[in-house]
Design a binder for this molecule. Structure first.
Ligand code: MG
Length: 354
């Protein structure tokens, strides 16, 4: 199989409601769909979503990076995945979302070529993934109302954004605890705290029964996170500090995390995600597959990844729920809250319908 053509197209998606985190407000999203054609007649689909305040990318940079990668990819065999990532890394460092847009299409092709759904191509046996739902920052009462709604929909895992105002965070978690008494609550501070602040907040969250605390400190403060972890009554998860397998290696060497949040858009797709997961697993660290603002296409790929590895114990694959229904994608997973059921469709199982 040889790659004969690559095209990339920006797609605008509206969010049903603005989503607020400690780093900023998001009310609409743009994503990029890629289509990789081959001489076998098989077509692979990928997606790259630039989120500036996390990866430094935008729709424009994703499109121009894909254009920069294209000459190195034309004529190549999609199964040469390691070589193709090395080629992309030689052309541009970083640019994880643009690399993911290519990587996902290559995995879609590889699995289709093998006649398998992607999770089976990756070695998985279980087609079902449980996902959480995330509550963005807002008035504590409003956040609690959202928690009650999510719990009533059947979700057991709820992720709560924090990190902009300590008093609001404390009020929110106690109201959410009451609104969803059975839920497993994780808290994501999105780099919002200092070390002393995080120490205080950890004690408060431990009393509220929170099961994991994500990215308490700025992305560059891995040593601070390692220190916090020695004092933390709650498992500490790293997100924005881990983009690459090299980051993962440094994090496990410094014993800075109990959990790592792998995102396809940060690391550049499934190939580096598997490397990060293997490093974590070898060090006794579990992983979550998370997302930023991807549509059902990349969310489906994330679900296939989560379904393929027992070391991936959590999935935070909820962004597509916030999208207006007009987004033109049909994907082969079905959501039966809180479960994402992957189907027998080949590859990622996605078709673009409009
Ligand atoms: Mg996070």
């Amino acid at each position: 199989m040889r790659i004969t053509a690559i095209s990339a197209e920006p797609v605008s998606v509206k969010l049903n409601e603005p989503f607020v985190v400690s780093l900023g407000v998001i009310d609409s999203a743009e994503t990029v769909f890629t289509r990789v054609e081959t001489d076998s007649g098989l077509v692979g689909y990928g997606e790259g979503t630039g989120v500036g305040f996390v990866t430094g990318e935008s729709t424009d940079t994703v499109l121009s990076a894909i254009r920069a990668f294209t000459p190195a990819l034309i004529g190549a065999n999609p199964y040469a995945i390691d070589h193709l990532h090395r080629d992309m890394d030689r052309i541009l460092v970083g640019n994880g979302s643009a690399k993911a847009a290519i990587d996902l299409a290559l995995y879609d092709l590889m699995a289709k070529g093998a006649g398998l759904p992607l999770y089976q191509f990756l070695g998985g046996v279980n087609a079902t993934v449980e996902t959480d739902q995330t509550i963005g920052l807002g008035e504590p009462e409003e956040m609690a109302r959202h928690a009650r709604e999510i719990a009533a929909q059947g979700y057991h895992e709820i992720k709560v954004k924090a990190g902009s105002d300590d008093e609001q965070d404390e009020a929110a978690i106690s109201l959410i605890r009451l609104a969803a008494p059975e839920a497993h609550l994780k808290v994501d501070a999105n780099q919002g705290w200092t070390v002393p602040q995080a120490l205080r907040m950890l004690q408060m969250y431990a009393k509220a029964g929170v099961v994991a605390l994500e990215q308490p400190l700025p992305y560059w403060d891995v040593d601070g996170t390692a220190y916090l972890r020695t004092r933390s009554p709650i498992p500490v998860m790293i997100d924005e500090s881990c983009f690459t397998p090299y980051d993962a290696s440094r994090i496990v060497q410094r014993q800075a995390a109990d959990l790592i949040n792998i995102k396809l858009m940060k690391c550049g797709g499934i190939y580096p995600a598997l490397q990060i997961n293997a490093i974590a697993e070898a060090a006794g660290v579990n992983c979550m597959v998370g997302c930023m603002l991807e549509s059902r296409l990349a969310i489906g790929a994330g679900a296939h990844l989560a379904a393929s590895r027992p070391n991936i114990v959590y999935a935070d694959l909820d962004s597509f729920n916030d999208f207006d229904d007009s987004t033109a994608i049909a994907s082969a997973f079905e959501l039966e809250a809180p479960y994402i059921h992957l189907t027998d469709a080949l590859g990622i199982g996605v078709s673009l319908v409009g």
